[in-house]
Design a protein around this ligand. Structure first.
Ligand SMILES: *Cc1c(COP(=O)(O)O)cnc(C)c1O
Length: 377
């Protein structure tokens, strides 16, 4: 097998979706005209209402980033005790729990969905447990009905980190339809983004009101501050980008669906590489292109494939290796997490964005095939 050429320019896991600059200028003109740059001005208000429609949400509030969105959602719901969560996520998830003053308790994940395993949750519940924080990792939904049943049985709150799941639909419903609150991240690496940003969808008027106080210094009105809040507001530039992004997201989803199909066809012919599959009742958020590498069949582990791809100028990412529980400040409470440990060793995220050409995908696939060949001969 002939060694493929390297990419002349590095190919990264993502490239941000951007509106045409010309389409953003009118928003800038309007901001310059009004001189309203932040503090819940016109574009902020419009973005909240358009997003609420897009996500079919009753209460939706935008923020300066996803991490603070999640932290303040926990604070708004007064979650201060133990929170059962997954070790297989981006560190922002447990950090939000810690910053809210609560304690993350890690339980193992399901080997297929890679989300919290509902069968492991109940054994972790103690009198101090107040909430379950699930992550719809890679846009694969948690088992929301099993989690809700456990929460109801024990009087717990359910919060979801849907940073990867902006476009995930479960039985046709946006994923924020489940749980007491859901966070989305609008960071530049996410499919729908506002450069930096995030939002929380919640279900109760009282929680929504607390969220609004917390993101704006705790201010109720000009004379009243009701609690020590922070500044977590989204500004007008970010909000304008969000509005324009909602117009172009459909095209990006179509492009990514075509790229996913090319990868799917190619990987089906490479033994030892399996692309993760969405269940039949789920529509893919198209945030990441994730495979699992079977060492026995592929010949080497995911970390070796990752390293060897770099030699071809291909920058895959090992989301989420190592587990959140591997950091010193965050050592877990002695619970075994064998599934999460194995999954973290096996996964690899490939370059995935609408601007990729079919020949980029073909070329990446031939490099993977070459690496397999090389390591098996
Ligand atoms: C991106 C991400 C976040 C953090 O969002 P920011 O907007 O970058 O603060 C939280 N959780 C997960 C799983 C993420 O991937």
């Amino acid at each position: 097998m002939k060694k493929p050429e390297s990419f002349s320019d590095p190919i990264y896991i993502t490239r941000p979706l951007l509106p045409e600059l010309g389409d953003v200028i009118p928003y800038m003109e309007s901001i310059w005209e009004s001189k309203r740059l932040s503090n819940q001005a016109e574009f902020h208000t419009r973005l909240e209402s358009e997003l609420a429609t897009y996500l079919n949400a009753e209460y939706l509030r935008v923020f300066c980033n996803g991490t603070l969105s999640l932290t303040l959602a926990l604070m708004a719901m007064n979650v201060k005790g133990e929170v059962i969560t997954t070790p297989f996520t981006f560190p922002a998830t447990p950090h939000s729990i810690l910053m809210a003053g609560a304690t993350p308790i890690y339980t193992d994940i399901d080997p297929l969905s890679m989300c919290l395993d509902p069968g492991r949750i109940e054994e972790a519940i103690t009198p101090a447990t107040e909430a379950i924080l699930g992550v719809h990792v890679y846009g694969v939904p948690c088992d929301v009905s099993a989690i809700q049943k456990i929460a109801n049985r024990h009087g717990l709150k359910v919060i979801y980190d849907a940073a990867h799941a902006f476009n995930t639909l479960l039985d046709g419903a946006p994923i924020c339809s489940f749980g007491d609150a859901t966070m989305y991240s609008f960071h530049a690496t996410k499919l729908f983004h506002t450069f930096e940003g995030g939002c929380v969808v919640s279900r109760k008027f009282e929680v929504d009101q607390q969220i609004q106080y917390l993101r704006n210094f705790g201010i109720k009105d000009e004379l009243t501050v009701v609690k020590p809040g922070v500044n977590a507001k989204m500004n007008e530039l970010q909000s304008a980008i969000g509005l324009e992004m909602l117009r172009i997201i459909g095209g990006e989803l179509e492009r990514r669906a075509r790229i996913k199909a090319l990868y799917e066809k190619g990987f089906s012919q490479i033994e030892g590489i399996t692309m993760i599959q969405m269940p039949d009742n789920v529509s893919d958020s198209l945030q990441y292109l994730v495979v699992r590498v079977d060492k026995e069949q592929f010949g080497v582990e995911a970390d070796v494939l990752y390293e060897e791809l770099r030699e071809f100028n291909i920058y895959a990412r090992r989301y989420f290796y190592p587990l959140c529980t591997s950091y010193d400040y965050n050592r877990h409470n002695g619970v075994e997490l064998p599934v999460a440990e194995q999954v973290a060793e096996e996964v690899l995220c490939f370059p995935f964005f609408g601007e990729m050409s079919s020949s980029d995908v073909e070329h990446i696939l031939s490099c993977v095939a070459y690496i397999r060949h090389k390591n098996n001969s």
